[in-house]
Write a protein that binds this ligand. Sequence first.
Ligand code: SF4
Ligand code: SF4
Length: 377
Amino acid sequence: MKSKVILLPCDSYREDLVYENLKKGLALLGGLKTMLSEEEKILLKPNLLKKAEVEKAVITHPAVVAAFGRILREEGYQNVILADSCGTGNTVKVIRGTGMDTALEKLGIPAVDFTEGVHVDYPEGIQAKEFIIPRELLESDCVISLSKMKTHALERITGAVKNSYGFIFGMNKAMGHTRYPSADSFARMLVDLNKYVKPRLYIMDGIMAMEGNGPGSGDPVPMNMMLMSTDPVALDSVFCSLVHLKPQMVPTNYHGEKMGLGVWREEDLELYTPDGRITLEEAVKRYGNPSFHVDRRPVRHGIWEKMAKALNIFQKKPYIEKDLCIRCGVCVNSCPVPGKAVDFKNGKNQPPVYDYKKCIRCFCCQEMCPKKAIKVK
Ligand code: SF4
Ligand code: SF4
């Protein structure tokens, strides 16, 4: 069976428009009742990376969350909560003042902070055989992923598969980067995590996406769409095609297919809009953005590349634009490497300094910098 992906053209966050489009998308997937039963306890998982103005496209837009919450309520789902393991802060703090807080309050959907990490074994995992996940996730019956369409320094893009990293509890997220330091091992762990949690539905907010220095410091760019699927690899691969990035160049797609999470090949997909079936080629022509700023450079596998990697030279690396740095120390606190690979070596009156010998290139510092001061070269 082919994986179905729904592309919903939508050029504004007007709530009625988002609501109508989500309803059409759900109908094309067979309706919510085919995915969720009314008695189930549902956990909504948006991307709540960190506190930032909604216009900066860092988090899933409140209008998307609100419209989906409304549909759940109208269809009789009573037991719904919303939560994320945020990069910095917690659910309640990150959504405060964004409009998501008031919308959820109106709908009677509580936003909760994860309170405790629980160790779970996953012997079937290929890369990861255990996780520390929030108790609130274990107590839920099912999850709906509400991701944001963004670029990512390590994995090129962050979308449906990567959104599930918010199911790792608190600081264990940062530590995960030391355990799975390469883009490939990290992607394989994410695939295992998705297979363990098994979100029932993946929705991506790409009405205003983020390009460039994502996922926290990039630039908003209108992609004017939402995507929806039960297959996160298929969904992410359509996102890739629409921004002219080969899907197989994204490790979560490549490994996601190999490990049986989903499919990225065009011949294994069925793409629909509310007007009916559409070929990927036609969709790219009509809705794609060839100038979307994303890393399209191929990964080389020759002997020189292997040596360069072993010697830690000619690798992507973060650096600080001194003029933008306010010396807040968020990057230092975000670094998961013992002894810190970025630190205030010259005192707190100077920007932190990198130790590239220690740096594992997880880019947590770049993700978390509140001033867009950290770039990748
Ligand atoms: S997080 Fe950004 S602004 Fe803060 S110290 Fe690091 S580089 Fe400077
Ligand atoms: S310095 Fe930045 S990229 Fe390097 S290990 Fe620390 S957080 Fe990761």
